[in-house]
Design a protein around this ligand. Structure first.
Ligand code: PLP
Length: 284
């Protein structure tokens, strides 16, 4: 069992303490590339096909060469085998435009332990602040070069929003559009419950289509939940029967406080968290 695994896409295991990426890699210089983050659990990479599909659509949005899914699948399996055992890990798939003038992408996989923050989030839920992202819900249509909906390596603004929340003493962020609609977290999808209906904002409003939300919505009908894609306002979250930030690594983090207002956490206690676990464990 390894405590960290670094591997290039061709399956070569690399020393994590040795340099891997060149200084002129455009992924480093400009954040020009895409990535995926998967949870490894029980000796497998969860929802791998959903992640490989999104890697391909993100790559297409950036006009990167189409990722070879069979090659990525084989590399993921090998990395998980090297990781060993049933324990959880965080697997990142990184695919950049490559070195300046090289014309071929850089591709590697990195598997590391699940951070303590994530374990706490699953156990205790999160407090959240809403922050304006500064874009209209039309941005994906009117400014496709903003690459909303692609999982690009340019996460500096998301990290800045999380630091802003931390400075306020809050765990996480929900972005709102310039019109005041609920969008997403900097690293998660917003899902709310109204009775036994689960709702999330439509991707066309300018959010990344989440694999966790998709896996959840795919199985919700079998567990007596209806699902809807619908524009939401912060007030809809305050009166909801539950609000969660869902993502591959944290799974479902219940929001217990929004902009200082305590939210309902008693109704559906544990139900959606369990359903997310089941859904993602079963997803291929
Ligand atoms: N939205 C954003 C901006 C994200 O960065 C992420 C994940 O990191 C998500 C949503 C959730 O996606 P997934 O469930 O595929 O992890």
């Amino acid at each position: 069992m390894a405590d960290r695994v670094l591997m290039t896409l061709d399956g070569e295991v690399r020393d994590l303490d040795a340099p891997l990426v060149h200084a002129d890699d455009i992924g480093v210089l400009r954040g020009d590339g895409v990535f995926e983050t998967l949870l490894v659990r029980g000796g497998r990479a969860c929802a791998m096909e959903l992640h490989l599909a999104r890697l391909a659509s993100s790559a297409e949005a950036l006009a990167l060469p189409e990722p070879d899914r069979a090659e990525w699948r084989a590399a993921v399996d090998l990395a998980v085998e090297k990781w060993g055992g049933d324990r959880e890990g965080v697997l990142r798939l990184v695919y950049t435009r490559g070195r300046e003038d090289a014309g071929s992408p850089t591709a590697f996989l990195l598997l590391t332990p699940v951070p303590e923050r994530v374990l706490r989030t699953r156990r205790e839920g999160v407090s959240v602040v809403t922050l304006e992202r500064g874009y209209s819900v039309d941005v994906a249509r009117t400014a496709p070069w903003q690459l909303i909906g692609a999982k690009t390596l340019s996460y500096a603004t998301n990290m800045a929003a999380l630091r802003h929340a931390e400075a306020l003493g809050v765990d996480d962020v929900i972005y709102t559009s310039s019109e005041g609609y609920v969008l997403e977290g900097p690293r998660s999808t917003v899902v709310i419950a109204r009775g036994r209906t689960l709702l999330t904002p439509p991707a066309e409003m300018g959010v990344l289509p989440g694999t966790t939300q998709q896996a959840l919505f795919d199985v919700a009908g079998d567990h007596d939940f209806a699902v809807r894609y619908e524009p939401l306002r912060p007030a809809d979250l305050i009166v909801a029967d539950g609000v969660w930030l869902v993502s591959s690594v944290s799974r479902a983090a219940r929001v217990h406080t929004l902009d200082g207002h305590p939210l309902s956490v008693r109704s559906l206690a544990g139900t959606v968290e369990e359903l997310v676990d089941k859904a993602v464990d079963a997803a291929s």
